[in-house]
Design a protein around this ligand. Structure first.
Ligand code: UD1
Ligand code: UDP
Length: 372
């Protein structure tokens, strides 16, 4: 390994949330670490960078409106390649399954630079769900020489793909580190999460259902069915839906069209992380197709109905705190009603449970990286 810097490379909101505690931990440990953001996301990335007080060394500012996968991937490859040639890194760190993570690993491989993969080994077993993330993860897994698996299930998936056991470390998911740190910060400084407070105060007396959606495989009919389900749920007199809408135009358009006239479906802009954590803490249950939210909700004791056919995060389902409900309108509405109307069913799911980590993932990763 050369003596160049370690480059940590990311571009979207969830990568930033899951990597910022590791960036701080590696810097505290004295490593020569430089931060490269593709800005595959712009506003949602900047929200996290501001809260996490991270100033990138390189910002490629790549996001285009309604970007296609090939356009994004091609620009990532040439632009990240240029940064790697200038920085001559000794190692690259990527997280998860985005286009930035996959191309960040590929550009390193083309230069024979070793890659560490944070959140390694998640597999749904179906390359079309989630799409394109399942294949992105497999590509990073084929390239990486350090695999930081969040759970034993993830480690076992890597072993089945012939990753050597001594290149896998089960660390927990760094999202739990981020969640714990954020809760501690909100508790010390409530103003950090004051943005969502007026809406929650206005909805006092209603039961809050938090909703997020954005998956590409659901664009079109899937998202429309989810919107209709949300309309049915928000039509209940005892419920208010709070729905921070992803800025992707393929998400915004159907949600605004179908939910515009539903008084208790509150469509809002994406929340910064402390305010979103406050929403999760204040809600009764969560409806989502997000990966990260599936990991956070069980940690907060909130039942999560996963609007997907498959999940690469089965630990919540196994623990009984998450349930797969797909994207069929009637199924989503019935599963939500079953929780809202049956205290016993609700109680069985609303147990704080943390199958995804103990908040010490970053310390474990730093330990391995310092040993080389
Ligand atoms: C991406 C990731 C997905 C991840 C998700 C998290 C890929 C292929 N997809 O999906 O794995 O789960 O991020 O949210 O890597 N946009 C904005 N402002 C922003 C962010 C997005 O306007 O801050 C809009 C733009 O029009 C952009 C579009 O959303 O073109 C899509 O962004 P993109 O990163 O390509 O895909 P996501 O669907 O966000
Ligand atoms: N999140 C946020 N603000 C929001 C919605 C979500 O900060 O308005 C956080 C959420 O807590 C989680 C992450 O964003 O940590 C999930 O991002 P997303 O659902 O976009 O991506 P995925 O996890 O599905 O890749």
């Amino acid at each position: 390994m050369g003596d160049g810097p370690i480059l940590v490379v990311f571009g979207t909101r969830p990568e930033a949330i899951k990597l910022y505690p590791l960036i701080h931990a590696l810097r505290d440990a004295g490593t020569n670490l430089r931060v490269v953001v593709s800005a595959q996301h712009r506003e949602m990335l900047d929200q996290v960078l501001a809260i996490a007080r991270i100033v990138p060394n390189h910002d490629l500012d790549l996001m285009l409106p309604d970007q296609s996968l090939d356009q994004l991937s091609a620009r990532l490859l040439t632009e990240l390649g240029r940064v790697y040639d200038a920085e001559r890194p000794s190692r690259v760190i990527v997280q998860g399954d985005t286009a930035t993570a996959m191309i960040g690993a590929l550009a390193a491989y083309y230069r024979k630079v070793p890659v560490a993969h944070v959140e390694a080994g998640l597999r749904s077993g179906n390359i079309h769900h989630p799409w394109p993330e399942e294949v992105n993860r497999k590509i990073v897994g084929a390239i990486a020489d350090q695999h930081f698996a969040p759970t034993d299930t993830a480690r076992d998936a890597l072993l089945r793909e012939n990753v050597p056991a001594d290149r896998i470390w089960v660390t927990g998911n760094t999202v739990i580190d981020a969640l714990h740190a954020t809760i501690a910060r909100i508790d010390a400084e409530p103003a950090l999460a004051a943005g969502i407070a007026p809406l929650l105060a206005r909805l006092e007396g209603k039961r809050i259902v938090a909703v997020t959606t954005h998956r590409r495989e659901n664009f079109g009919a899937g998202l429309e069915a989810m919107a209709h389900a949300v309309r049915d749920i928000a039509g209940r007199p005892d419920v208010a839906v709070v729905f921070p809408v992803h800025p992707n135009p393929n998400v915004r358009e159907p949600m605004q069209r179908i939910l515009a006239d539903t008084p208790d479906a509150h469509l809002i802009d994406p929340l910064d992380y402390p305010n979103f954590v406050a929403l999760l803490r204040g809600c009764e249950l969560v409806l989502t197709d997000s990966g990260g939210v599936q990991e956070e909700a069980p940690a907060l004791g909130k039942p999560v109905l996963v609007m997907r056919e498959t999940t690469e995060r089965p630990e919540g389902v196994t623990a009984g705190t998450a349930r797969l409900v797909g994207n069929d309108r009637a199924t989503i509405v019935a599963a939500t009603a079953a929780l809202l109307d049956d205290a016993e069913a609700y109680g069985a799911m609303a147990r704080a449970h943390n199958p995804f980590g103990d908040g010490q993932a970053c310390a474990r990763i730093v330990d391995v990286m310092l040993r080389g």
